[in-house]
Design a protein around this ligand. Sequence first.
Ligand SMILES: [Zn+2]
Length: 253
Amino acid sequence: MSIKHRLHVYVDETGDRGAGKDSSPIFGMAAIVLDDVGVANVRSAVNLLREDFRVPDDAVMSWKRHVKTHDRRRRAAEVLAGVRGLRVCYVYAVKDELRQGTYLDDHQRFYNYVALKTYKSTLWAARSWKGVGAQVWTRFGHVRGHDHRTTDKYIRREAGRDSRVPFDMEQGLRWVSADQYAESQAADLYGGFLKAALWPGGEFGYVEPAYLLKVWPQIRNSESCAIPLGIMSMPANSLVRQNCWFPCDHCTK
Ligand SMILES: [Zn+2]
C-alpha cells in the first residue's frame, strides 16, 4: 500500500476591497502550501516569532498589530524564509488597473474571484509538488463581515467543473478563524511581505520589497519564473514585472 502525501493549505487576504481614497491600492491573497515537515516547521517558526514579538498567549499574531517595525519585519522574513516544506502562492489585483464598474463595485464578487484564482494556484502547486494522488486540506481565513458561504459555493462550483483543476485532491475546504491554526498566522505575515513590496507607506511613501525578496525562493516556480503560478497580478500578469525590484532577469511574462 502506498502512503498518500498530505498537504495543508492556508490562505489569508491582504488589503481591502474598497475603491475609495482611504482603501489599499491592492487586494490580494497569500497562500502557503505545506507538507508534514512544513506544518511542523511553520508552527515552530510562528511560536518563535510570537516569543520574539512578545505576543500575549491569548492573542493572534498579526502583521498589522505586532510586526510594524522594519526590524520585526526583517526578523519575520528571516525566520519564515528558513522554513522547509513550504511553498507560497500569491494572487493580487491592482485596483487602479481594474475598470470601473467591475470588481470594484462588488466586494463579494471581487473576493470570490481572487479566492478562486488563489485556490487554483494552490491545487496546481500541490499537484506539481507531490503528484495528483496527494490529498489536500485547504483552510481560508474567515473575513469579518464577509459571507464565506457564497465563496465556498462559488469555488466548489467553478473548481469542480474546470477539468484543468484537480479538485479531487481536496479533502476539506474550510473557512476558519485566525485563532484556530498557527499556520494562519504565518499566511498573514506572508501577506504582509507582499503588501510591503507593493503598497507605498510611511512618511515618504516608499515600498519595501526586502521581506518579499527574502522569501522569494519559497514562491512556487521562482527557480525559473514565478509568473503567474507563484505570483499572479491582475488584471495583467505583467504588472508584477513592472516593479523595479522584480527579481526575474530578462523576464518574458
Ligand atoms: Zn519571469
